[in-house]
Design a binder for this molecule. Sequence first.
Ligand SMILES: [Zn+2]
Ligand SMILES: [Zn+2]
Ligand SMILES: [Zn+2]
Length: 355
Amino acid sequence: MPEETVGYVELEWTCTHCGTKNPGQAQTCTGCGAPMSDSQKFDLPSQQKLITEQNELANAAAGPDIHCPFCGTRNPTGTTHCSHCGGDLTGGAVRTQGEVLGAFDTAPKPDLKCPYCGTMNSASELKCSHCGAALQAPVAPKPAAPVARKGIGVVPIIILGLVIVACAAFFILSAHTSNAVGVVRLLSWQRSIAIMEQKPVQHKDWKDQVPSDAKLGTCQQQVRRTQDQPGPNTQKVCGTAFTKNLGNGAGQVVQSCHYNVMDDYCDYTVNEWVKVDAVVAKGNDTNPQWPSTNFNSGQREGNRDETYKVTFDADGKSYSYSPHDAQEFILYRPGSRWTLTVNGLGAVTSVTAMK
Ligand SMILES: [Zn+2]
Ligand SMILES: [Zn+2]
Ligand SMILES: [Zn+2]
């Protein structure tokens, strides 16, 4: 996302010698006269506002300041000799720039009470208008301490234990098999054929993707994609503006913006083959049949389904088994005897002819 410049704001710095807050442009402390050293950082002021003065804007955009290698004084970019001692600035430390200082917020801030004399001062003041003391922005309340984590309770451990035991039992029982002689007692089969009909079915898609034979319904403008440049049917969307340090007492307010490309997203209906009914045949013999079909005009045959079930009696118990297909099913003549492989859960896993 490309970054756009919203404007520039003046920053501030706090003197480490006397605690005075100074406007970003001040190269020496307005309280004690100490120069701003290169280790001191610029901060966002309590009350942010965009710079409108032309030469301040030009200074802000010029580039980071340079600290004199002899006396430490801050000098604007482009100067060759220190304004304080006249020393050559070649090789002086260039202030860092580009750090994000915080969100851009010009909402009026509440007045600040002087900690020394109690005078109320506007949030844009750096010093008390009455006594000259440094003013501090109110300290934000600390977030509540996170609630101490309790140990894992006993109940979840018991439940977890039971689940593990159940899983283990399942695997052991399903792996453990035994053989039994089964007699075919009951057969059942079911075959069905779906009946299809053309019906209007509703879908949604971008207007240019709607099939030409479809009936177009209502359309809504929606975001189809995003891009960096404006274009036909675009909407500009910007993120939160924030301020970056410029290294010269000013901050650059930037925001990331992109363009949403809007397009018509539409309901449409097309005729599709839909299952409207099914014909079913069932029986309890070894002669499965497909049901007879009788299509109305505009209908056609759909999917065919078949299921088969055999019930064996073995050792006084009843076992249910599903043959894979009709070919296998018709082998199980009523009363015939088969070797069943039964697992620990009572399920028939395979059936083989008796030797
Ligand atoms: Zn000072
Ligand atoms: Zn100097
Ligand atoms: Zn005061």
